[in-house]
Write a protein that binds this ligand. Structure first.
Ligand code: THU
Length: 129
């Protein structure tokens, strides 16, 4: 049976605003109540203000009071499923911790990892006193 989190990430990818890179990404995050929040990458003419799909999904979810995230999915059109960039790994770690992350491409190929594998030895709030 199809995984609704993957389906949501693939659907969100369709909303990507990526006129500069043409690289469309979708993300979906499941919260503690089972609700799914989605995001897509949104580019900007200055390039540097671009937001990745993962951060859009997380920030949308946080802004609506969601918490207790359990899983995140990332969808892109690459042979090897696309992992999140370094900036997104930091944000995913801070808001989600060592959760499961599912990478998927458009041909149904998927890979499931944990954030701890993708982002070992993180800098987080525990270092700040
Ligand atoms: N991008 C994401 O949205 N997520 C990723 O995990 C990797 C990169 C976006 C940023 C930019 O709009 C485009 O993909 C090319 O880097």
């Amino acid at each position: 049976m199809a995984d609704p989190l993957i389906a949501a990430a693939l659907a969100a990818r369709e909303h990507a605003h990526a006129p500069f890179s043409k690289f469309k990404v979708g993300a979906a995050v499941e919260d503690g109540t089972g609700h799914i929040h989605t995001g897509c990458n949104i580019e900007n003419a200055t390039y540097g203000l671009t937001l990745c799909a993962e951060r859009v999904a997380i920030f949308k979810a946080i802004s609506e009071g969601a918490k207790g995230f359990t899983r995140v999915a990332v969808a892109a059109d690459t042979d090897l499923p696309t992992p999140p960039c370094g900036a997104c790994r930091q944000i995913l770690w801070e808001f989600c911790g060592d959760i499961e992350i599912v990478l998927v491409n458009l041909h149904g190929k998927s890979e499931t990892l944990r954030m701890g594998e993708l982002f070992p030895r993180p800098f987080d709030g525990s270092f700040i006193r």
